[in-house]
Design a protein around this ligand. Sequence first.
Ligand code: NZQ
Ligand code: ZN
Length: 385
Amino acid sequence: MNNFDFKNPTKIIFGKDTIKNIKEEIPADAKVLLLYGGGSIKKNGIYEQVKTALANVDVIEFGGIPANPEYATLMDALKVIKDEKITYLLAVGGGSVIDGTKFLSAAAVYDGDTPWDILTKNIRTEKGMPFGTVLTLPATGSEMNSGAVITREETKEKLAMGGPGLFPVFSILDPQVITSIPQRQLANGLTDAFTHVLEQYMTYSVGALLQDRFAESILQTLVEVAPKVLKDPTDYQAASNFMWSCTMALNGLIQKGVPGDWAIHMMGHELTALFGIDHARTLAVITPSHYKYNFEAKKEKLAQYGERVWNITEGSIDDKAYEAIAKTEAFFQELGIDTKLSDYTDNFEGTAEEVEKRFTERGWKLGERQALLPEDAKKIVRMAY
Ligand code: NZQ
Ligand code: ZN
């Protein structure tokens, strides 16, 4: 097992009818900016619950943060924060609203030339403006981690940021929120969380037995609850297991002491930036090709995953590893997620070269051994056409 530090300061308030607890978490003298997305919270009762909980708090609202949170929109919100002397942020939404809020938490205290530098120059935020979240969509784990991904339509870029100052102070996780989520977004959430675990697990063994079994148990739980969540989002047992699995998939725990890959996400972000494909779907497109391309380096772990998660008992290591890739692709397809780039766009020619060019410009070497070069990314993306 590798050495590690582990600190996660986010307070989780989990369960039925917990949105009302917001009022105990926000300082009485705070001036709050409530941030939300395209308006789903106004149709499903979440907005009302939040407003009731904040009845005695000084609150201003900023809605309209789009999926794949857009820099230009967030800069409008930053102006509100400065003009209104906001001291506390409250994100009510999925990964996009929470990530947008993290950007604002960082930008509100940043004194450089332009907040875009936080993304392009990898400026880590040691202390941001404090913020809490009310999670409305289980998927990203953003509610209990310190990372964010921001999109800039003007340049068709999608870049990551983070730092220890960007953990939410608290996050409210009421699994009942999933009852209003469209099937497409439920499938996305299952796929995203599943892939988060894979990114932190499908590398090489360092003898971290517990981390492996944490990861496998999250994968098994997602496989078990997926059909139930899709069939009946009012099934509270399924919803609560789904929500907690998504949070645990990316709150730092399972990645401690083990190598991480994350190349699938890095290639996937380019597909969202170029074509606007939903984040989770880009992962389903890249994952099978990535594992086939890096088969030799990952086959031991692929076979272990095949045995423990998919009950593949027959054959050699290679057989089990191949079968595990096929099972993974079939799982995404059963959720209703297409796994080829050409399923999403007719305009895919040249994408592999564009990804290679961007990774070369950024000097990126990816994967658990930093051995995945831009030319490898080109080949993987081309395999995914
Ligand atoms: O905008 P509204 O109207 O709220 O509608 C949203 C949006 O259209 C809707 N929705 C959310 N909760 C709902 C609901 N509709 C009905 N009922 C509810 N309860 O769902 C749509 C998608 O929302 P979004 O927040 O975009 O989805 P998700 O949570 O999947 O977030 C995706 C973003 O997170 C980033 C992705 O790259 C993408 O930008 N990620 C963030 C990560 C992190 N911070 O750790 C890690 C991930 O790998 C990922 O990169
Ligand atoms: Zn993801």
